[in-house]
Design a binder for this molecule. Structure first.
Ligand code: DGP
Length: 114
């Protein structure tokens, strides 16, 4: 898989506003926030998208769900509610080919998305 900007963020070669980090995952503020809280949660392992996940990644995905929960609590959107989105491929609007979960909150979010 080719390198993405997220690999550079993981290696701290480019700056990001990191809100959570452990051995497997990183969470940082999106550079183009779409809500008062807009954080990206990524695995350090470079998986292209949800469409490229295998059985071997199941535990990692479970861990990411727990990181999302923790970040939401930390940024105080857990009680008001929030949205978790992962874009996949061209029609899904994916622009960075390293799986990532958008965590959006801090305002009422409309549905359906555009
Ligand atoms: P997506 O369109 O789902 O692939 O979302 C990619 C997101 O990544 C997009 O909302 C903007 C964000 N992003 C791209 N480059 C950078 C960067 O260098 N730093 C940060 N913090 N976010 C980035």
């Amino acid at each position: 898989m080719p390198e993405t900007v997220f690999s550079k963020i993981i290696r701290k070669e480019i700056p990001a506003k990191i809100v959570y980090e452990d051995d497997l995952a990183l969470a940082f503020h999106d550079v183009h926030p779409q809500a008062p809280v807009h954080v990206l949660v990524i695995p350090k392992q470079p998986i292209q998208s949800l469409a490229h996940v295998s059985e071997a990644d199941v535990a990692l995905l479970g861990h990411l769900q727990r990181v999302i929960q923790q970040v939401a609590r930390q940024l105080q959107i857990d009680e008001t509610g929030y949205r978790v989105v992962t874009n996949i491929g061209r029609d899904g609007g994916q622009s960075v080919d390293h799986i990532h979960y958008h965590v959006l909150g801090g305002r009422s979010l409309s549905w359906p998305p555009g």
